[in-house]
Structures are given as structure tokens and as C-alpha cells.
Design a protein around this ligand. Structure first.
Ligand code: NAP
Length: 487
């Protein structure tokens, strides 16, 4: 298959998807059109897996499981390390592919590839460091020995907004722990996942250890895979709505679940913040991936004394961004993923304006064939507008004014989500105090970017269950086994 490209940057045809990847074999097929969101044009057609295909992937993962589990941690580590190396060597092609199918600016796509590859390097290191435990019982009756075994075949489901990083953040720890996996990437962005599988093959991942399938029937396929008693783990990244459905589905066979779900991050700026630093941080927290990030700042709460200067500064920076196709190297804000995403943003902005908000820049979709929404700043947003409680997932910054620290904390926590939050203040004591009272899994203190392969990523409340990355991430793919030993 040849992917239609609009750039000479994507040069390596060996990375082009060939079909479903099951048991180390590429199976040709079609049925899912992959679209360039900057034009609406078709880029490629990838196979549409059936329930039977998915169960064959479970067979393949099962056939490879005992061999992979018995593979020495050092060897598993070296395969992951080679995969990291290959991703780094092919960074430009992978980044261009991400820009093509996802729409994000090349600079964001390059950042994603580097971040994604780092999960393989990090878990190459962790593969050889999985700790056990040994202790005496308090009564002295016997010894407690705890081993960590691979949890088993794992179903990994990923979203379109980080097509490389959301996959490696799961595959890395799963393989390091000794599990075999089935990856189901999002239908909008399958090409990156298939390209990475090719590199995994080259890195020496044995057949069946990683299987990749795309499908237009995610519900039936997932239900069938989770109903198979050989499958013991579901690791999902996506919306809270789909996460809830999958938790119910997994309950039927009591499959262990890790859930990385939606966010509604508050970004708090206190009067004593360094204004320029806060604006720099706001741009990163809001505009990475044009706002299509789970950690994206969704609500800006700005204290009265700095409010007007912050609105003016953010408006100036947002209005200056260059909009265009992600793969144009000049672009700073690419298209949204689908027309539906643009409609949702438009609805939320329209609702806020109807309730009294004012757009200081942007505020309406751009005409033309691509799915573009311009960088937008809204001021005077009522705290009960729909935009305050729904994930925007786009380049819109709603700004709310607050007076006191207590009010800011109350507003920040007024959400069902609890993934990321940001606090800007030059008084570190205040920043830490406020941070400790915000219900979120992650906090940026005077920093607009928190993702790091060495840190535990995840949320509280309806933003998820479990953590990915860091030393915690591998624990999601092991079961503790306790041996009671007497001698
Ligand atoms: P989504 O609609 O929930 O889809 C995510 C994945 O689930 C896709 O692979 C999708 O497949 C699949 N899926 C959809 N319906 C399913 C079903 N009934 N059964 C099984 N699988 C199903 O989310 P999205 O729009 O792709 O991603 C955006 C969301 O992800 C946002 O809410 C964002 O905050 C969240 N997110 C969270 C994190 C985090 O780490 N917490 C990171 C990134 C994104 P199809 O594509 O085939 O529909």
C-alpha cells in the first residue's frame, strides 16, 4: 500500500502499513479510510478486523506468551532498546506520518515521537529491575516471599491524539513485564501504529508478542476479546464515556483494568505569578497538539490583579499562531481531527458567547475543506457555561476571574475529572499549598508541560484508574504472587 503524501519528508515506504499484524504476519485488507484532516482527502485504506480476526490475534498472543515470559529480562530489555533506537532513527518519517493522519504540527509530532520512543528506552531499563520482596511474618511463624509474574495477554486500546506515545506507553511496560499484547489503535490514526509494529519486527520482537488490529467494530471486537478467559488485562486510553463501557464489559470476566481517561485541567494564575512565564506555560498547556490533549488547560482561572494583563498577553500570542496543515513546517496550529470535533468546539464557544463571554481572538470555525478552528481566547466566561465542564479538545482558552485562593481551589475542583492541573505563583509555599488541595493525579507548578516517561501519568476521579510511565507503569502488567515459606 502506498500512502498518499503531500511532503517529501515521509520517505520510507517500508513503514507503510501492509495489513493486520497477527502472529508476525501482515494480512492485507481494506475497509477503513484514513483521512488527511487538513484537506479531507483520503490517505490510505486499512483493514477492518472482524471478531474472528481479533480472536486469531488472541490465539497468536497465547502461542507467544510462554516463550516471551521465559525470555530473560535482559533479552527483553535489549529488544525494547533496539526498538527505541529504530524509532529514533526513523523519527522524521514517523513524525510526518503522525502529522498526515492526525493533523498536528510537525514540531508537536517530532516531540511526540521522541516522547514515545523514550517509553521503550525507559522500560528497557525497568525490564531488568523488577523488584520482589522478602520478609519475616510479625509472628515469626514463616517467611513471606513475593514474586511479580506477568499478568498475561493484554488488550491495549489507544486514542488518535497521540498515536505513537499512547501505544508505546502501554507496549513498553507490558513487554518489559513479560506480557504479550493486542494493540487496537484508533481508526483515525492507524498508520503510525502499523509503522511502529514494522520497526518492532525489525527490532526482534518475536511473532505474536505484539499484534495490531484496526476495526470499525470496536465494541463487538473488544467484548469478544475480553470474554476470552486467556485475556487478563485491559489497558485503555480514551474518553471517559467509552472507559465506563469498557469497565462494565471487563467486569464480566473480572479482567484487570488500567484506565487513562478524559481531563478538564484548571490553570490557576495568581497575582504574584511571573506573567511572562505564566503566558509561556499557558501556550504549552493549551496549544500542544492544538489543544487536542487530555492534559490540555481547559479552564484558565486568573486572579483579579493580573487578569487583564494575562488576557491581553494570551490574546496576542494566540492570534499570532500560524494555522495550516500539520506537515507544513511553518504550521503552529493544525486542523482538528474530524468535522465533528469542530462542531463540538463551535457549540461550546457559541454557548459561552450566548451567556456573555467575549472572544478576544478567534471564535468561529474557518471556512475551507480542512477541519480548522482558529486559536481562540474567551473572557468573561460564566463559571456555569458548558465549556467549563466539558472537555474542549481544541485551541480555545476560556478565562475566568477569581479573587481569593479559596475560591480558586473550589472552582478548580468543581469537575468530575481529575487528571492534570497547573498553578502559577512565585510563592512556592502558596503553589504547593494550593496544589495539595487540588484533586488531580498530576500538577504542574510554574510549568505547562508535565509528561515524562519517568513520571507516573494518570488521574483521579473520572479521569482514570492506575498510572502509566515511571516505575509504577510496569506494576499495571504484573500480578504479585505470595509464597508462604517455612524452613
Ligand atoms: P474514544 O472515542 O474513547 O476512543 C478511544 C479508543 O477507544 C479508540 O481506539 C476507539 O476506537 C476505541 N473505542 C471507541 N468505542 C469503543 C467501544 N465501544 N469499545 C471498545 N473500544 C472503543 O477517545 P478518542 O476520541 O479517541 O480520544 C480522546 C479522548 O481520550 C479524550 O477524552 C482524552 O482526554 C482522552 N485521552 C486521555 C489520555 C490520558 O492519558 N488520560 C491520553 C490521551 C487521550 P475507534 O477509533 O475505532 O472508535
Amino acid at each position: 500500500m502506498t500512502i498518499k503524501t503531500r511532503t517529501s519528508g515521509y520517505a520510507d515506504p517500508s513503514l507503510h502499513a501492509q495489513g493486520l499484524y497477527i502472529g508476525g504476519k501482515w494480512e492485507k485488507g481494506s475497509g477503513i479510510a484514513v483521512v488527511d484532516p487538513s484537506s479531507g482527502d483520503s490517505l490510505a485504506d486499512v483493514p477492518d478486523a472482524s471478531v474472528e480476526d481479533a480472536l486469531r490475534a488472541v490465539d497468536a498472543a497465547e502461542a507467544a506468551a510462554s516463550g516471551w515470559r521465559a525470555t530473560a529480562p535482559r533479552q527483553r530489555s535489549e529488544i525494547l532498546r533496539r526498538w527505541f533506537q529504530l524509532m529514533s532513527e526513523h523519527a522524521e518519517e514517523l513524525a510526518t506520518l503522525i502529522s498526515l493522519e492526525n493533523g498536528k504540527a510537525l514540531s508537536d509530532a517530532c516531540g511526540e515521537v521522541a516522547y514515545a520512543a523514550e517509553f521503550f528506552r525507559w522500560y528497557a531499563e525497568e525490564a531488568t529491575r523488577l523488584p520482589g520482596e522478602y520478609r519475616h511474618t510479625p509472628s515469626g511463624s514463616h517467611q513471606i516471599l513475593v514474586d511479580h509474574e506477568p499478568i498475561g495477554i493484554s488488550l491495549l486500546i489507544t486514542p488518535w491524539n497521540f498515536p505513537a506515545a499512547m501505544a508505546t506507553r502501554k507496549i513498553g511496560p507490558a513487554l518489559a513485564a513479560g506480557c504479550t499484547v493486542i494493540l487496537k489503535p484508533a481508526s483515525e490514526t492507524p498508520l503510525t501504529a502499523y509503522a511502529m509494529a514494522r520497526l518492532g519486527e525489525e527490532a526482534g520482537v518475536p511473532p505474536g508478542v505484539v499484534n495490531v488490529l484496526t476495526t470499525t467494530s470496536p465494541g463487538p471486537v473488544t467484548s469478544a476479546v475480553l470474554a476470552d478467559p486467556r485475556v487478563r488485562k485491559l489497558s485503555f486510553t480514551g474518553s471517559t464515556g467509552v472507559g465506563r463501557l469498557l469497565l462494565a464489559e471487563a467486569a464480566k470476566t473480572v479482567v484487570s483494568c488500567s484506565m487513562e481517561l478524559g481531563g478538564n485541567a484548571p490553570f490557576l494564575v495568581f497575582d504574584d505569578a511571573d506573567l511572562e512565564a505564566a503566558l509561556d506555560g499557558a501556550m504549552v498547556a493549551k496549544m500542544r497538539n492544538a489543544g487536542e490533549a487530555c492534559t490540555a488547560a481547559n479552564r484558565f482561572y486568573v486572579q483579579a490583579g493580573i487578569h487583564d494583563a494575562f488576557v491581553a498577553g494570551l490574546t496576542e500570542r494566540m492570534a499570532a499562531l500560524k494555522i495550516g496543515a500539520g506537515y507544513d513546517p511553518e504550521t503552529q496550529c493544525g486542523p482538528m481531527i474530524t468535522p465533528k470535533a469542530v462542531e463540538k468546539i463551535n457549540r461550546l464557544v457559541g454557548d459561552a458567547i450566548a451567556l456573555g463571554a467575549r472572544a478576544t481572538t478567534g471564535g468561529a470555525p474557518l471556512p475551507g475543506s480542512g477541519y480548522f478552528y482558529p486559536p481562540t481566547v474567551l473572557e468573561n466566561v460564566p463559571v456555569d457555561a458548558a465549556i467549563a465542564s466539558e472537555e474542549i479538545f481544541g485551541p480555545v482558552a476560556p478565562i475566568y476571574r477569581f479573587e481569593t485562593e479559596g475560591e480558586a481551589i473550589r472552582l478548580a475542583n468543581n469537575t468530575d475529572y481529575g487528571l492534570a492541573a497547573y498553578v502559577y505563583s512565585q510563592d512556592l509555599g502558596r503553589a504547593m499549598r494550593v496544589g495539595s488541595r487540588i484533586d488531580s493525579g498530576m500538577l504542574g507548578i510554574n510549568r505547562g508541560l508535565m509528561s515524562d516517561p519517568a513520571a507516573p501519568f494518570g488521574g483521579v476521579k473520572q479521569s482514570g484508574i492506575g498510572r502509566e510511565g515511571g516505575v509504577t507503569g510496569i506494576q499495571e502488567f504484573v500480578e504479585a504472587k505470595y509464597y508462604a515459606v517455612e524452613f
